[in-house]
Design a protein around this ligand. Structure first.
Ligand code: SF4
Length: 372
């Protein structure tokens, strides 16, 4: 049987990636801005397109089945290549790098990559803020090694405490207790506060909202409730399955009064709220009901080295070709830096602001491929 090709847009399907030299003007180096005046501050790096979960809103089993063609190992950027690109992004003003996937902890020896990135310094001479997002499935046994390598912060995805609900959402029958053990191990390794991301889907886990708030209140950990998004083209997204953040806050405030907190920095994705009784804070991420594209300073690097300028983009820019071309020496650091600058300065993405009833059906890259 011929292997099925998943109807998403990237180099494995039809569209060749845009060659960097297509961008003619504005060689930009150093602290640059895109067409909407947004600087480049955050880089999300997907280190694998594989995952051991099949969360229905991200990697539904029907699509990511045994026929699905994941990337070959030789397609992936090596740790050396990732570190080279990361250094170029940092020279452009990146201050935070988030390692993602798929499930990043499935990539062998990930702590070695963290150790390679840790010596990087921001333009201001500060330590780079290195974070990681994981489903927590193997975190309990890796947390200390990651922290020892220099990982500062960790975000764990957990879509509910009710075991049946969680198993249904991850669709591989994975138990809640192992993720909770991972969170405890991360805290014990000093990566606190742990952030916990819960995607809320109406008709599936909205009854878990208050239970999650109740469980993590007073622990110092921060739960962020994420509106279900029309990422990629495989999750069958519908607007009526979105629980707007306003409703999430209302449900929690009925039991635990809340008050707003200021953003820590411009471009912070989560809107922060604290419990009036001082038992900590929560966050809401409202890409559907309250677009935040105006402050979006995030670039995404796919596992095989394509630069995406928006979570909902459908086309990437092949940076791996710059590293592996030219007789495998690749281009000089300066040329790579200039290429990144040209791409970013031409950026005008703001999908969430432009979302309409028609846009969910547009071809978009899969979230599991560029790491949320
Ligand atoms: S939709 Fe795109 S531009 Fe808007 S906040 Fe998300 S990633 Fe940024």
């Amino acid at each position: 049987m011929t292997s099925r090709v998943i109807p998403l847009i990237d180099s494995r399907v039809a569209m060749p990636p845009r060659a960097v030299h297509e961008y003619v003007e504005t060689p930009a180096v150093g602290d640059l801005a895109d067409k909407l005046g947004r600087p480049l501050r955050d880089l999300r790096i997907s280190v694998t397109d594989r995952c051991n979960f099949r969360c229905t809103y991200c990697m539904p089993k029907e699509v990511f089945d045994s026929d699905y063609r994941f990337l070959r190992h030789s397609d992936l950027l090596t740790f050396e290549e990732i570190a080279r690109l990361a250094a170029a992004f940092v020279r452009h003003g990146v201050e935070k790098i988030r390692l993602t996937g798929g499930e990043p902890l499935l990539r062998k020896d990930l702590h070695k990559l963290i150790a390679m990135l840790s010596p990087l310094r921001t333009q201001g001479g500060n330590e780079l803020d290195i974070a990681l997002t994981t489903n927590g499935s193997v975190l309990a046994r890796k947390a200390q090694q990651l922290a020892d390598a220099g990982l500062k912060r960790i975000t764990v995805s957990l879509d509910g405490l009710d075991d049946a609900t969680f198993r249904r959402m991850n669709d591989v029958d994975f138990p809640v207790r192992d993720v909770l053990a991972g969170i405890d191990a991360a805290a014990a390794a000093g990566m606190t506060p742990v952030k916990i991301n819960m995607v809320v889907k109406r008709g599936v886990n909205e009854r878990e909202i208050v239970a999650m708030a109740r469980h993590f209140r007073g622990t110092g950990h921060i739960v962020r409730f994420i509106e279900y998004m029309d990422v990629g083209t495989s999750n069958g997204w519908r607007m009526d399955e979105v629980v707007p953040s306003r409703e999430v806050l209302q449900r929690i405030a009925e039991e635990f009064p809340l008050e707003p907190l200021d953003a820590r920095y411009s471009g912070e994705v989560a809107e922060r709220w604290r419990y009036r009784d001082g038992q900590g804070e929560i966050g809401v991420i409202s890409s559907v009901s309250q677009a935040f594209c105006r402050d979006c300073t995030r670039a995404r690097l796919s596992t095989e080295g394509k630069l995406y300028l928006c979570l909902f983009a459908h086309q990437g820019h092949d940076l791996r070709a710059l590293l592996r071309g030219n007789g495998a020496q690749g281009l000089t650091e300066k040329k790579i830096e200039e290429a990144i600058g040209r791409i970013w300065s031409a950026r005008a993405d703001r999908y969430s602001e432009l979302r309409t009833e028609a846009t969910p059906a547009m071809p978009k890259v899969e979230m599991s491929y560029i790491g949320g």
